[in-house]
Design a binder for this molecule. Sequence first.
Ligand code: BQF
Length: 298
Amino acid sequence: MPAQIIDGKKVAEETRKQIREDVEAWVAQGNRRPHLQVLQVGTDPASTTYIGAKTRACKDVGISTGTTHLPDTISPKELKKDIYKLNNDDTIDGILVQLPLPNHLSSHDVIESIDYRKDVDGFHPMNVGRLAVDQPTFRSCTPAGILELFKYYSIHTKSKHAVVVGASNIVGSPMAIMLSRENSTGKATTTICHKYTKDITRHTIDADILIVAAGQPGLIKAEMVKEGVIIIDVGINRIADETTEKGYKLVGDCDFDGLIKKASWITPVPGGVGPMTVAMLMKNTLLAAKKSIYPDAE
Ligand code: BQF
């Protein structure tokens, strides 16, 4: 039997519908409408696309939003000055600096300059630290979205072997932390593979749940996994394709056509993890707004 498809587009729509209701209830109680401010440094076309998706999602759920465009020549000092202004602006609930940044800017330094209470991406060391000790926090949107998909499809992680391929600060590392904590979305035995792993098949072949965020199209093939594996493909790679309007198509890091025959569940690209990432950003922004008034809100 071929794998069942995890429909991230559908689950994201349902998630946004819930958030829309929560936002309207929040505003109906007399609160200011939540606001997300996005900072774009430079004009990277992929970044522009992602910001477009986030702006549309904000409109959909009733969160107010704006994008500040900054030149790619901006100095770290100037960029941080803009961030401090937003930190001190009571009408701004969430601040998102679109990544990647141009090479001359340190993302660590820039992220740390964001007030952690407005860090709706969940990248500030305060929020990462709180995640690591299992305290309520703004969770990184992609791994949080993957856990929402597990919840929706009743995919259990307890005592499973979860293998995470890719150790980035944005996806792999927080994903592994979440899966290994002793809570209802964790309790998995977790392996992290990365570019220094000698023989990744040794690990992937043993995975009950395989989460791939390596940025390498076709990295995971059917021979590398066992029957019944759950495949979560986080990769978003642009591949040249003249038959499409844009001249490219999106593919993940996994050989979907091969793996669908062997897996029990699989996420497509596009329409899998990506839409959930954006939905979780909406959730974090509403949470930031609530916490600005009720610090204990969860
Ligand atoms: C979909 C991102 C790499 C580097 C920087 C929907 C998104 C993507 C795909 C999206 C991503 C990836 C984002 C789909 C935000 C996810 O339909 O499959 C939405 O907008 N994402 C980002 O902001 O920066 C990135 C990937």
